[in-house]
Ligand binder design. Sequence first.
Ligand SMILES: [Zn+2]
Length: 252
Amino acid sequence: MKLFFLNSGQIEMKKKIFIPEIIDNEKFLLPVISTLIQYKNLNILFDTGCHPSVESNAEERWGGLSKIMKPKNMNGVNLISELYKKNIKPTDIDIVINSHLHPDHCGCNEFFTNAEFYCHKNELEAASSNHANKLGYIKKEWDLPMGLKKINKEFDFFNNSKLITIDLFGHTPGTIGLLVNMDKNQFLIASDAVSLLRNLEYEEVPKNAWNENELLKSYKKIKKLSQKKIKLICGHDYFQWKNSFKLGIEYN
Ligand SMILES: [Zn+2]
């Protein structure tokens, strides 16, 4: 089993959404990451980042949401360009798992026309509901002819504990993480259940969370798992990529 973290976009947001003590309107850049896992001759993606077109015209695709999260300095880099660098065509992708259905996590879904797609059933319900727009969902990002298979409970993809989804609700009703057990490395890819590492450390609830109590419960679950030497990957933490992990390189 091999794993690569891939640069899948970059967005600018107000710091105060994530960090409670900030009161001014200062902004910061957030990395957008997808994970490629290669196992048993399958190419598996966890999240698909931002659609390439948002680099030039985010408003057209994201509407009002493009003012809250603004794609910035992507420099032509997105999940599709990063896969091509590894000689992987979009049609080579076999499985896509979406941590949740916000447009910075499922933006490239439409390119993977040969893939089977998975997300949690709560997430599909929320994204299909009448107030989906208010919750930050955009139908054309995820409602595609390939369909989405619903995960009802934590799902062990190969029945060998190598790849298991973990329910980490709170950011949205159906956010899931992915536990990857490889020979040398074990990762818990938490997506936006932990946007920044400091959110988990200080138990801060970002203002864009759907449910504070659910998120705090997920923090507890993540802290328990992290004690077992599992490396935690946050949804949007620049410092992790600067200091602890590297994009594009092989982990095994
Ligand atoms: Zn996100």
